[in-house]
Design a protein around this ligand. Sequence first.
Ligand SMILES: [Zn+2]
Length: 347
Amino acid sequence: MQNTKKYYAGIDIGGTKIAFGITGEDRKLLARCSMPVGPERPFDVIVEEMAGAVKAVAADAGLDPGRIASVGIGVPSTVDPKTGRVAFANNLGWRDLDLTGEFKKHWDIPVYVENDADCAALAEAMEGPAAGKNVLVITIGTGFGGGLVMNGKIFKGGDNSGFEPGHSALVFGGELCTCGQRGCVEAYASVSALIRQTREKMEARRDSLMWRECGGDLAKVDGRTSFNAAKKGDVAANEVVKVYIEYVAAGIANLVTLFRPEMVIIGGGISEEGEYLLGPLRKSAENRIYAADILSMPPLVKARLGNDAGIIGAALLGMVPPGLPDGAAGKGNAAGGGAEPGAGGPV
Ligand SMILES: [Zn+2]
């Protein structure tokens, strides 16, 4: 019998690599691959390679490229999903570029462009118990990023500038953030911030087990150093972890108070700490939300899709997602002002 199912391609552009995948309508990845970004290379060369790589991964999935219904691209940037333009991707050096138009030079197919964290949030918000709910997804890594899916749509703000959960102020006049402001949530609750906090404590506590965890080398401190030592009973490491979790909790509690999501999902490498992180995080966030005695803290859970969330979410941009009736994808966004894709749906 002829296979009439639809297939969708997702591209997740990261700071160091670009990941590609093909999904069916069930949102399961059929094949995936990745390549280094090489951000020093010209934009048009990178995009041409991307088009070739998507066709190659389609072949890996046993599909002729003609079977692919659309290509969704997640970019670490402020993007305009209506035009498919990349406004500014600071770690790629991309500024005001027509990503959709460039891609279509190599493959004339409906193309959707979205912020990468929003793609991941969209994918996580459709999985398991999160499906159909208003969901806040926080990804904790180098930064403190995330997305908010409300009423089946990615929350974009009034001018499509998006949602920057890491860049509201947590400490007035505090640590300098990568964005140029001081005291942002990201400057205290990202893994980069945890690494700084770990090193500071290690310098003050030469007897800490954390020194052994990183081979006595401050340069080798990572997001696991303090957690690993804390689990072994190290007092100084416990202090680092406790304070760090308070920062994360404060950032999340602010967002819960503002948006009242029905579920909070934590992704990024740090979520691998599981309940060791999530248990105290739940308690601390619960104590910090507005009217905590009346309004309950929504369930706070670990992300389910891991590193695949970005690819799947990008592919989802071209689908009419079941459970997201208002988030239905429209036409390709460079094909004459099509409807906003998965992010917004028909306007
Ligand atoms: Zn900031």
